[in-house]
Design a protein around this ligand. Structure first.
Ligand code: SF4
Length: 108
């Protein structure tokens, strides 16, 4: 059987984190990200990670374009371990439950 494994995006902890001590408020990340992950907080004058689940899993391009290295992502090894765990859980959920299996019908 070729079960399709689905891990809901909201369970996958991959999105940018902004270090506001380092941010120089140049809006580069806002202009750069075509997936609309960031919004600009007009009141505070800072970028915010408004839609983290829009972030493409594995993409860290915004961290690379940030001139002050204010954007970070989870450490890769830690993230891979979390992803393996989520996939294993999805595999378990995809297995038919033994409690609902029925015994084959007997003869006469
Ligand atoms: S690109 Fe970096 S420095 Fe510029 S606004 Fe975004 S987080 Fe701040």
């Amino acid at each position: 059987m070729n079960a399709k494994l689905k891990v809901p995006r909201e369970k996958i902890p991959w999105f940018p984190t902004i270090n506001y001590d380092a941010c120089i408020h140049d809006r580069e990340c806002i202009e750069f990200c075509k997936n609309d992950v960031f919004d600009w907080d007009e009141a505070l004058g800072v970028p915010i990670v408004a839609r983290p689940n829009n972030c493409v899993v594995g993409c860290d391009a915004c961290a690379k374009i940030c001139p002050s290295e204010a954007i970070s992502f989870p450490p890769l090894e830690e993230f891979k371990a979390t992803l393996r765990k989520l996939i294993a859980e999805a595999q378990q959920q995809a297995q038919p439950s033994r409690s609902t299996e029925t015994a084959p019908a007997g003869g006469h």
